[in-house]
Design a protein around this ligand. Structure first.
Ligand SMILES: Cc1cc2nc3c(=O)[nH]c(=O)nc-3n(C[C@H](O)[C@H](O)[C@H](O)COP(=O)(O)OP(=O)(O)OC[C@H]3O[C@@H](n4cnc5c(N)ncnc54)[C@H](O)[C@@H]3O)c2cc1C
Ligand code: SF4
Ligand code: SF4
Length: 697
């Protein structure tokens, strides 16, 4: 016989009282998943289901091979309807994976989505106790008993919807940020792109050619930069910094500082007359110290926007109040030494973080002598030296004497795959950029001898392996397996001797080179660290931003409405950065197209009568959800911005007044779980003691 349809409102939430089956509390259904052999290979699911059946309040207990499958979900829906189930316990995998699946499932059967309790018997039982079948089974039954006890106390909660501002903020104007902004702009959304440097372009603008195809980097990037600047939906805020972000998905309030350029953008036509007149020359950061620029400058000729910037630190007028040659030279009266920073407030619905990477800087006292020997340079420095619009107009010379190097060594994995310095990861681009640059050098100077010191070559992408073979076979580049142990410099010639163990030959060799290029790895950028703090983004152990799920949500962050693109998330090449940027743009577009978003109902709630307004929860919340507001009865009281709260419980654990609690993790619910755990443990302990007493003479 089919029981009446479940009615959430009528259901009591006190614990069931009878030992088995019949109950005065809510009617509970338990669904034990085999997860193929993932769970059932270790846990005796039949026994676990039988144990569950005997628990107070449980009216139905079922097993299923794959509970998340269509069939498994159908069975839950059927069981709910046939048995009048009012609370559901699913014993399967991590709620991180399938809680949304089962919430939707029980909703289809007419239950409130929050009347679901998940029990993780995969990660917490079968996976961690794979060699202890009995104990894993016992633990699964214990966890389900706790889950059932809590399920009896679950309350129905309603999800709410908030409107979404159809405007996006992209932070970082490298190739990833540029692509994401263009895509969103083309979809019709208003976009602000904030770039901290005077020009967009990022690292790709510094590269010469690009692997594996050999396209000129700036030739393919510059049209995109111009396209972005011309898109009427995109506002480019270059030479600007994000200072503060408040709010939540759909409704972020962002404070941006537009740093004073001392050149009025609207008046500057990019003619460069000011720069010609400027008497100050300093190292150009863009050329990594190999070239020079003036105190009023654009970082590179294809800069976007093509607007000059005065470097306050080196400008003579700021130093001594004199000069002003640039003012005289500029017929458009664009120079304004009195310009002040501008503060803008933007309202945006979504944010894409594309703050990129920095390259690893070799240690001062390290083995590679980067800081001591002129002829030891990095891969990015080589890119500038090879670049036709670089400081040497593309002529490769060695820094110590300006001669063309005839013997060049590349050393791989500098700052990557190195446990000692804590960078365990592979930077994914260094093998290929070394191979690419070896090819460019050989095309420039076919007589050059090139050796690459490597651990193993990682040529995993489309066309990479082919390029690797080409460089070995067509250009005779030598690949030496082994990590150099020592570099020494000839004081006269400034040539570098590399001592290394060549592991394929099983011998120690010493070879002399004119130039050594360190293939330095990618590390999280300084700009990313700053933004990470402002946006409360979490990082993976490698320091790059962590995605919400490595496989299923690779561009989302734990913060709703904030997405990742490019090397801010992990080292990657240009095609992968562009692909991820496109994914981030489409993820950001989804809530903006929908114009509204539904907010997670499991949030924390404050009891104003108990709150003392100490503000501890504000400091500790990883999502900046609590705020202090005037209380109804006076005094400042904590209030939780529900759209920001993830119900993590950090505030509840820390509140000295017990004034704040996440719904569905109330003290009553947690104590009930502890009680359920201890009841059985105490019983087993008593049985064991009794048995021991009986055998003792
Ligand atoms: C030596 C070398 C050679 C390479 N060669 C190749 C190649 O041939 N082919 C290939 O596919 N890949 C190559 N790569 C990889 C390529 O450079 C990256 O894939 C690409 O640059 C990643 O782009 P991005 O936008 O994620 O990051 P980035 O290029 O680092 O851009 C990030 C941007 O964000 C800005 N920013 C940072 N912080 C902030 C902040 N807080 N606020 C505002 N703006 C901020 C930065 O100024 C920068 O403009 C090479 C890398 C190196 C180091
Ligand atoms: S005022 Fe400053 S920027 Fe202008 S020309 Fe003189 S030094 Fe250069
Ligand atoms: S920690 Fe507790 S008492 Fe302090 S402000 Fe937050 S809710 Fe109020």
């Amino acid at each position: 016989m089919t029981a009446p349809a479940p009615q959430d409102k009528d259901v009591g939430t006190s614990a069931p009282t009878k030992e088995s089956g019949s109950t005065t509390g809510p009617r509970i259904g338990v669904f034990v998943c085999h997860c193929g052999s993932n769970i059932a290979g270790v846990v005796d699911c039949g026994k676990v289901r039988e144990d569950a059946e005997k628990l107070p309040g449980v009216v139905v207990a079922r097993e299923n091979k794959y509970t998340c499958s269509d069939l498994g979900q159908e069975e839950i829906i059927k069981a709910i309807r046939e048995n009048g189930v009012q609370r559901v316990v699913v014993a399967s995998c991590s709620p991180r994976l399938h809680e949304p699946t089962f919430r939707k499932c029980i909703q289809q059967a007419g239950l409130n989505q929050c009347l679901l309790q998940m029990v993780n018997i995969r990660e917490q039982c079968s996976w961690v106790h794979s060699h202890e079948k009995e104990k894993a089974t016992e633990k699964a039954s214990d966890l389900i008993r706790m889950g059932v006890s809590k399920a009896a106390r679950l309350q129905p909660l309603e999800a709410r919807e908030v409107p979404v501002e159809p405007v996006s903020l992209v932070i970082g104007g490298g190739v990833a940020g540029i692509q994401a902004a263009i895509d969103l702009g083309n979809m019709g959304f208003r976009v602000y792109l904030v770039e901290t440097q005077p020009s967009i372009g990022g690292k790709m603008a510094q590269l010469d050619k690009t692997f594996p195809t050999g396209d000129c980097a700036i030739c393919i990037l510059a049209p995109k930069m111009v396209e972005l600047a011309r898109n009427p939906n995109i506002t480019l805020l270059s030479y600007s910094d994000v200072e503060e972000v408040k709010g939540y998905i759909g409704n972020f309030e962002v404070k941006v500082r537009r740093k004073a350029r001392f050149v009025v953008e609207d008046k500057c036509v990019g003619c460069g007359l000011c720069s010609d007149a400027c008497p100050v020359k300093v190292d150009n950061e863009f050329d990594l110290g190999f070239g020079q620029r003036k105190a009023v400058y654009v970082p590179f000729p294809q800069a976007v926007p093509l607007k000059y910037t005065i470097d306050k630190e080196h400008c003579l007028h700021f130093k001594s109040g004199k000069c002003l040659l640039c003012v005289k030279a500029c017929s458009n009266k664009a120079i304004d030494h009195d310009m002040k920073d501008d503060l803008l407030t933007l309202k945006v619905g979504t944010i894409i973080v594309a703050t990129g990477f920095d390259t690893y800087v070799p240690m001062k006292k390290g083995v590679y002598k980067y800081w001591e020997y002129d002829n030891v340079i990095t891969g990015l420095e080589l890119e500038r030296l090879l670049n036709a619009s670089g400081p040497t107009a593309g002529h490769l010379i060695r820094p110590s004497d300006g001669n063309v190097p005839k013997r060049i060594a590349f050393i791989q994995c500098v700052g990557s795959r190195n446990k000692k310095i804590g960078n365990n990861y592979c930077s994914r681009v260094c093998c290929m950029y070394a191979i690419k640059n070896a090819q460019i050098v050989m095309e420039h100077e076919p007589e050059t001898h090139i050796a690459v010191y490597y651990n193993d070559i990682r040529a995993f992408g489309k066309g990479f392996e082919e390029l690797y073979h080409r460089i070995r076979e067509d250009y005779d580049v030598e690949f030496i397996r082994g990590r150099p142990a020592k570099l020494t410099q000839d004081p006269e010639t400034k040539n570098i001797k590399i001592r290394a163990e060549e592991t394929l030959l099983n011998k120690i060799t010493e070879r002399v080179f004119d130039l050594v290029v360190l293939s330095t790895g990618l590390i999280p950028s300084e700009g990313s660290k700053r933004i990470g703090k402002i946006l409360s983004l979490t990082q993976s152990p490698d320091g790059f931003f962590m995605e919400a799920h490595p496989k299923l949500r690779p561009v989302d962050t734990a913060m709703d409405g904030i997405y990742l693109a490019g090397c801010a998330q992990s080292p990657k090449d240009i095609p992968d950065s562009v692909a991820q940027a496109k994914a981030a743009a489409s993820s950001a577009a989804a809530p903006m197209f929908a114009k509204k978003v539904s907010i997670e109902p499991l949030t924390a709630i404050v009891n104003e009568d108990l709150c003392q307004g100490c503000g501890l929860c504000l400091e500790l919340c990883p999502y900046s959800a609590p705020e202090l507001v005037p209380g109804v009865k006076g005094g400042m009281k904590a209030h939780v911005i529900e759209a920001l709260c993830h119900g993590c419980g950090t505030c509840a654990a820390s509140c000295p007044q017990k004034a704040i609690a996440p719904m569905q993790f109330t003290d009553d619910q947690i104590y009930s779980e502890i009680q359920a755990a201890l009841t059985e443990t105490t019983r087993k302990h008593a049985v064991k003691k009794k048995a021991e007493a009986e055998v003792t003479p």
